[in-house]
Design a protein around this ligand. Structure first.
Ligand code: SAM
Length: 263
C-alpha cells in the first residue's frame, strides 16, 4: 500500500503459500517428478546450461525460493564437471524452513556437504535483510518456479536488483503462457484434472496442488513479466547467445526463462 502497510490479503496469501509448501515438502521432489512426468528436470537442466556457471570463473549465486536445492546442486555440478570449478558457491534461500530442511538433507549426501560451496538461509524474497544480503553482493540471482508464489513480484525483482553486483544477472525459470491453442487445451485438461488428482492420490493433498495450478494461471504472460523486469532497472534482450529476445520459451511456452542484466 502507499503507507507501507501490508494488506490482510497479502498476509493471508503468504500464510497459504507457507502451508502449501510445508505440507508438500517431504514429498516435493517425488511429486514434481510425477506431475511433470520428469519434464521439470529437463527444464532445469536447460536453465543451468543456458546460465553456464563456471564459464567466466567462479561466481557467487543466490538461488531464491530454492526449496530443496534442485537448482543449486545442478549449478555446482555444472561448474565442477564442465570447468573444474570448485569455488562457485550458492546460497539457497527460501521462506519455508521445511523446504530448506529437505534441501540440507539432500546436500548431506553430496560432496558439497560441509563445504563453503553451499549455504542455506530462510528469507522472504520480497524483503531481504541487508545484513545477510548486502547490496551488490551476488553475480547471479536465480529463481525457479518460485516467483509466482510471491505476493509482490515487483518487490522480489527490486530486491534481486539491489543484491546483484553491477553486471550481475537475474534469471527466472517459471511457467508461462502457451501460444499454440491445441497445446494450450491439452495443457488445461492436464493441469486442471490430472494434477489435482495426482496430488490427492500421491500426497493426499488435493488443495495444495489445486493452488499450484491456479498460481500458474494467474502469473503474467511473458511480455508483461519481461516489462516488470525492465521496470526494476534491468536490461533484457542481449542474452541467449546472440539470439536476442527478453525470454526464451521452453516447450511452446509451458515454461520460460527470463534474463535481465543489472547495468
Ligand atoms: N526452486 C525450487 C525448484 O525449482 O524445485 C523450488 C520451487 S517451489 C515450486 C516454490 C518455492 O518458493 C517453495 O519452496 C516456497 O517455499 C518458496 N517461496 C514462496 N514464497 C516465497 C517468498 N516470498 N520468498 C522466498 N521463497 C518463497
Amino acid at each position: 500500500t502507499h503507507f507501507g502497510f501490508r494488506t490482510v490479503d497479502e498476509n493471508a496469501k503468504e500464510d497459504l503459500v507457507k502451508g502449501v509448501f510445508s505440507s508438500v515438502a517431504p514429498k516435493y521432489d517425488l511429486m514434481n517428478d510425477a506431475m511433470s512426468m520428469g519434464i521439470h528436470r529437463l527444464w532445469k537442466d536447460d536453465f543451468v546450461s543456458l546460465l553456464n556457471p563456471g564459464r567466466r570463473g567462479p561466481i557467487k549465486i543466490l538461488d531464491m525460493a530454492g526449496g530443496t536445492g534442485d537448482i543449486a546442486l545442478r549449478m555446482l555440478d555444472h561448474a565442477r564437471e564442465k570447468y573444474a570449478d570448485r569455488d562457485t558457491s550458492v546460497l539457497v534461500s527460501d521462506i519455508n524452513p521445511d523446504m530448506l530442511k529437505e534441501g540440507m538433507r539432500r546436500v548431506r549426501q553430496t560432496m558439497y556437504h560441509n563445504t563453503p560451496q553451499i549455504g542455506f538461509q530462510v528469507a522472504n524474497a520480497q524483503e531481504l535483510d541487508p545484513e545477510i544480503f548486502p547490496d551488490n553482493s551476488f553475480d547471479l540471482y536465480t529463481i525457479a518456479f518460485g516467483i509466482r508464489n510471491c505476493t509482490s513480484i515487483p518487490d522480489v525483482i527490486k530486491e534481486a536488483h539491489r543484491v546483484l553486483k553491477p553486471g550481475g544477472t537475474f534469471a527466472c525459470l517459471e511457467f508461462g503462457k502457451i501460444d499454440n491453442p491445441l497445446l494450450s487445451q491439452l495443457y488445461d485438461v492436464y493441469s486442471f484434472s490430472v494434477i489435482p488428482m495426482l496430488g490427492s492420490i500421491l500426497a493426499s493433498d488435493r488443495e495444495s496442488y489445486q493452488y499450484l495450478v491456479e498460481s500458474i494461471r494467474r502469473f503474467p504472460s511473458q511480455p508483461v513479466f519481461a516489462q516488470m523486469i525492465r521496470d526494476a532497472g534491468f536490461t533484457t534482450g542481449q542474452d541467449f547467445s546472440g539470439q536476442g529476445g527478453a525470454w526464451r520459451d521452453l516447450w511452446g511456452g509451458i515454461a520460460s526463462v527470463h534474463l535481465g542484466v543489472k547495468a
